[in-house]
Design a protein around this ligand. Sequence first.
Ligand code: ASP
Length: 412
Amino acid sequence: KYRYIDIRRKRVRDLIYYRHKMAMATREWFDKAEFTEVQTPLMTVSSPEGARDYLIPSRIYPGKFYALPQAPQQYKQLLMVGGVDKYFQIAPCFRDEDPRADRHSGEFYQVDVETSFLTQQEFFETMEPYFSYIIEKLTDKKIQSKVFPQIPFKEVMEKYGTDKPDLRFEMLLVDLTDEFRSSGLDIFKEIGAVKGILVDREFTKKEIDKLTEEMKLEGAKGMVWFALENNKLSGSMAKLFSEDIQKKIVKKFKEGGYKFSGKQYIFAFGDEYMKACKLAGILRSKMGDLLELKDPNVLAFAWIVDFPMFEWDEKSKKWDFAHNPFSMPKGGLEALKKESPDKIFAQQYDVACNGYEMASGSVRNFHPESFIESFKVCGYSEKETREKFGHMISAFEYGAPPHGGIAPGVDR
Ligand code: ASP
């Protein structure tokens, strides 16, 4: 109600001004790089970007609805077919989904980008300077690496326990599955995976109890801990592990790049593989805060690559797209026909920075045949796919350039 009073506050005014500067700098950069800004329609058909659409009832066609775009995905691809081969837009997106801490609910803006004829690598090299430009123009922050490291999804989960890693500090996850399985303890005999970190700090029993409770809220069944001093483990759990296994655990952390000094603590989670990774990743992030390892003046970007193209949906007992259904599978049509869906990666990428996902994008599946085949994996017949995306397939049949793009979130 009193938003206009709110706007009088300096912080809010500064943010409005900052956002204006960002929009101006974005247009300046893309214009210089010979991109064309195109505004795409807002009253449109549904586009599967992963959420629910907002609908607008039509007065002229009673009982019919327009959808507000979740993203201009299909339009930007059609622009590529039309020959506008370097496009950008500061695009409004509408998604009827629950609010998130890092996204304005309902409507938000993306710097939507698409280009033709570039390989994934060439596209990365095109976009990296945009991020650097914006940051250097608007902030005093240091960019950890202007050529962003590229980390495959599998590796990022294994080492950081999240696909939005914070690369400002190390403390990588260590795999302790073998050591726990062979510990002789019944509860660990069949454990899917055990992932742990070593924290360079002493903890009281009370602190550990509090952490355990916090981690239980994140879905952990419990948290195993050891104290580590002079290459020796101690703590109530340590007694249950033979000396040989204790040695192996210590060795794993040494190999994981950790430096040993004074009294430190190991925390570990056992669960099915992804869950164990995620839990250790959540604790890693908490410990990064606690030990003040996240330098607020540094921005550490990374490309996360090689996402799985499909994921098995236990509920519906079928394969589904893991991310953007318009992504090109690695290996194209041949891979779709020959490989088992769980072996197929997508030419899909995210930009992660300081523990946030800043952008998502992909090289697109622009071959009519592989487009149809890709939907077939997810249980759609050619007829159904043509009914839904006939306009896209038909456009591709007129001859589409290889193309791909990205959409960084403005608010992020
Ligand atoms: N349309 C995608 C999204 O909103 C971004 C992209 O792939 O360009 O996540």
